[in-house]
Design a protein around this ligand. Structure first.
Ligand SMILES: Cc1cc2nc3c(=O)[nH]c(=O)nc-3n(C[C@H](O)[C@H](O)[C@H](O)COP(=O)(O)OP(=O)(O)OC[C@H]3O[C@@H](n4cnc5c(N)ncnc54)[C@H](O)[C@@H]3O)c2cc1C
Length: 337
């Protein structure tokens, strides 16, 4: 366990905003949790779990508590045969390293989630997804430290209440309670199921790719993302800033395209709303609506969270006035619950 004091949150998050965190506690081994949470509780501090900070936003006031950083590494095969691969990965593993590992074994299930920035431990939190795959599709279980009861336990995927960008880890009474130490995934397929996402299919067609193996799809998605999405090492962002909108009924405005989801809801592509409202490439208080993918806000010259908040409020108002729909930010504020 490594404890540092007064660390700027902007250096730990990809949007590069935020004042100092009073403590940053890095956990490299699961057993260190007892000591780490003992320290935090003895001091009566609030805490926030952090991976690579690709979906977290630091506030200007910083965080008068402890950031608990997951740096638990390791990828372990629990079962491997021709038709089944069960893999357990440490919560601090880089998600894309884990994806590449599974792809190298020629199993399908995560290859369309190539290059999503962040850690394995954060993947179940908002049930990450891309190009038709979601973490929940192959996740079996997670090992956690339960910060309420101070005990280690396993939670099965079926008990995580997964939905679009939703789980027990980011919503409801248990939000922020479980520190995810490792995640176990089970793979039984060797090829992504068709129909593919339109943009993925279009890329494959355009490049005359008929090989739908995990490696081929991984490479295609990586290339699509490279051309469309900001590289966190070069441009500050938190990825898609607004969630797609899930409605119980189709949108009243007939111009708005939507897709019916497997559970009978109606998903509106927020990127389309932003683009159609003419916001692509526009800059608000130093935050630019990406001209390649309108869902992404790039921090070009924003200095403060307050700048971001102003930009977000203006964008939300434009969309509300034009379409009557409310945009909800996807990234999480680093603050005490
Ligand atoms: C350029 C870019 C592209 C992106 N593309 C996508 C995409 O295609 N699809 C997608 O779904 N997301 C995408 N994202 C968002 C982001 O990559 C994911 O949300 C990712 O899971 C964040 O991982 P992280 O380790 O950086 O999480 P963090 O920002 O560190 O944490 C995110 C949330 O998880 C919690 N958390 C983190 N680690 C743990 C843990 N070990 N235990 C319990 N809770 C924890 C945090 O408290 C916080 O609530 C993108 C982001 C960027 C910057």
């Amino acid at each position: 366990m490594n404890i540092r004091e007064n660390i700027p949150i902007k250096d730990l998050t990809t949007m590069r905003l935020g004042g100092p965190a009073r403590f940053v506690i890095a956990i490299e081994h699961a057993e260190e949790c007892t000591e780490a949470f003992g320290f935090v509780k003895e001091k009566g501090l609030p805490f926030y779990f952090l991976g690579a900070g690709a979906n977290s936003l630091g506030l200007d006031t910083g965080f008068d508590g402890a950031l608990i950083l997951n740096q638990i590494k390791g990828i372990e095969i629990l079962q491997e045969s021709e038709n089944v691969l069960i893999v357990k990965a440490g919560g601090g593993e880089i998600w894309d390293d884990f994806v590449q590992f599974v792809v190298s074994k020629n199993f399908s299930g995560v290859e369309a989630m190539a290059k999503i920035p962040g850690t394995v431990g954060a993947a179940p939190v908002q049930n990450i997804g891309a190009y038709g795959q979601e973490a929940k599709d192959t996740l079996e279980s997670v090992e956690v430290y339960d910060s309420l009861l101070d005990e280690y336990k396993e939670i099965m995927a079926k008990d995580c209440d997964f939905a679009y960008r939703h789980s027990i880890f980011n919503s409801g009474k248990d939000k922020g309670r479980y520190f995810i130490l490792s995640a176990t995934f089970k793979f039984t397929e060797h090829q992504l199921k068709q129909p593919f996402y339109n943009s993925l299919q279009a890329y494959l067609d355009e490049h005359h790719i008929a090989d739908y193996s995990p490696k081929s799809v991984y490479d295609a998605v990586a290339e699509i993302r490279k051309n469309k999405l900001p590289d966190p090492a070069k441009e500050a962002s938190a990825g898609s800033f607004f969630k797609n909108i899930i409605l119980d009924e189709p949108p009243k405005n007939k111009d708005i395209p939507y897709r019916e989801t497997k559970d009978g809801k109606f998903k509106v592509n927020t990127g389309w709303l932003l683009e159609n409202a003419g916001l692509k490439g526009k800059t608000f208080h130093g935050f630019k609506v990406s001209d390649k993918a309108a869902l992404i806000l790039i921090n070009e010259s924003g200095e403060t969270y307050e700048d971001l908040q102003r930009a977000v409020t203006e964008i939300q108002k434009i969309i509300k006035d034009k379409y009557g729909l409310a945009l909800e930010p996807e990234p999480v504020k680093i603050e005490a619950d």
